[in-house]
Design a protein around this ligand. Structure first.
Ligand code: LLP
Length: 429
């Protein structure tokens, strides 16, 4: 459920008409609904409440400072994957003790900053990292709190580029050898192995992989404890899917049902790292049609948003619902199924101005006739949209705004041409 609704053939974000936002802030524009964002955070907190979970919002999904601050204000911790994300989480108001530090390639400097800020857990992904972290911690005279990340070797469950728990990916320690690795650091003066971590992949639309992963986790926690490690935390990562095509995602309760029994069996405190589930359906990308054209037997809608604003369609062949902000009378106000034949529509490619044939948001999509100046909404764009945006083709990154009820405010200004060259200007000889 989100708070993007059509009223009298105009799209609203909560109680604000989207055209008002486009007129005020320009396009392309990322629009977030605060009510949707908090609704999804609360849904996770409630579904897992009996385990009193530490819900660490995954900053990589959308690191906007204002959104992160909202998360912190509503009880979330943070999952960070770089020194930059750690900086964002701290700037947003998080305490280090609510931050888990993930990533396969942490530098010594990142480890040091994490330790100095007292991060709650380091998710460690290799033997080399474990020993490097132990050294950095020793040099600071502290013990690093560690959750070993296991690759639980499950069958494929999502797009190959984002499946992180199959054999042959770079993530985690092999399930066959993780026990030996754990054994090698029993009693290490710079390391306290206190947790087990796994992140299955993203997005996942079924609960079964979590059931299988959790069962493997229970066995590993027991084995680590038998070695003498005081395992207190079970981190089941993120990955919960959202609605991209229609209402296809599971509620958080479905994941809780398969994860909670394992948490209970181990007596561990549960940690989660959701990102997409919280912010994905809470964001919209609003664009304006620049031109339409028909060529080579195909119809194109050329809009002012492009692959530099939202790279997911070309990178993962992902589907985002797209519909006019002001649908005309001859088409449905909001189709139930964007993939079906929709009366009054014809197949069109929605593309942007970037100089690549891969610059598209949709191919052969059934859309009504559109004209120069029409506004388009690309739904479910809150996760990995702005976070993966770039300046490719020297395009300025979009503005972001946050809506709550009838009010709206800028949470990231549109970039300027000066921003574009800021890091190079002083270097001109
Ligand atoms: N924890 C770890 C260790 C992760 O690697 C990720 C995502 C998450 C948590 C958060 O997963 P979420 O709850 O958001 O599904 N750019 C891709 C997704 C990459 C996911 C990377 N890791 C996309 O646009 O689909």
């Amino acid at each position: 459920m989100d708070h993007f609704v059509y009223r009298d053939r105009t799209l609203f974000c909560e109680d604000v008409p989207v055209p008002e936002l486009a007129d005020t802030y320009g396009t392309p524009l990322y629009v977030y609904s605060q009510a949707t964002l908090l609704r999804h955070l609360t849904e996770i907190q409630t579904a897992f409440a009996q385990a009193n979970p530490i819900v660490c919002y995954s900053v990589k999904t959308n690191g906007n400072l204002s959104l992160c601050r909202l998360m912190a204000e509503h009880g979330a911790g943070f999952d960070v994957t770089s020194g930059g994300e750690l900086y964002r989480a701290l700037r947003a108001g998080s305490k280090g003790s609510k931050i888990v530090f993930a990533g396969v390639g942490k530098s010594d400097a990142e480890m040091k900053t994490g330790l100095e800020n007292g991060v709650f857990l380091f998710n460690v992904e290799s033997e080399g990292e474990l020993h490097a972290l132990g050294e950095v911690a020793r040099s600071l005279g502290v013990k690093a709190p560690v959750a070993l990340r296991v690759n639980p070797d499950l069958p494929p469950k999502t797009h190959a580029k984002t499946d992180t728990s199959v054999k042959g990916v770079k993530f985690g320690l092999d399930i066959e050898t993780i026990i030996d690795v754990a054994k090698s650091v029993v009693g290490h003066p710079g390391l306290a192995v206190v947790g087990l971590h796994m992140h299955l992949g993203s997005p996942i639309l079924k609960a079964d992989p979590y059931r299988e992963g959790a069962a493997k986790a229970v066995a590993l926690v027991k084995a680590f404890r038998a070695q003498g490690h005081d395992i207190r935390y079970l981190n089941m990562g993120g990955g919960f899917g959202i609605h991209y095509r229609k209402q296809e995602a599971l509620p958080a309760a479905a994941f809780a049902e398969v994860i909670l029994p394992a948490v209970k069996e181990t007596g561990c405190q549960l940690v989660l790292e959701p990102g997409r589930f919280i912010v994905g359906n809470a964001g919209l990308l609003v664009s304006r049609v620049v031109f339409t054209k028909s060529t080579g037997g195909k119809h194109y809608v050329i809009q002012d948003a492009a692959m530099n604003d939202l790279i997911r369609p070309t990178l993962y062949d992902s589907f985002h619902r797209i519909w006019p902000v002001h649908p005309r009378a001859e088409v449905p106000e909001r189709p139930d199924d964007y993939e079906a034949e929709i009366p009054g529509t014809f197949a069109q490619d929605v593309v942007g101005p970037v100089c690549e044939s891969g610059d598209f948001f949709a191919k052969g999509r059934n859309l009504p006739a559109l004209a120069r100046g029409d506004l388009l909404a690309t739904f479910s764009a809150g996760a990995y949209g702005m976070a993966m945006a770039s300046n490719y083709n020297s395009r300025l990154r979009a503005a972001e705004i946050l809506v709550t009820g009838r009010t709206h405010r800028l949470i990231r200004r549109r970039e300027t041409f000066e921003d574009l060259v800021a890091c190079e200007d002083d270097c001109l000889s």
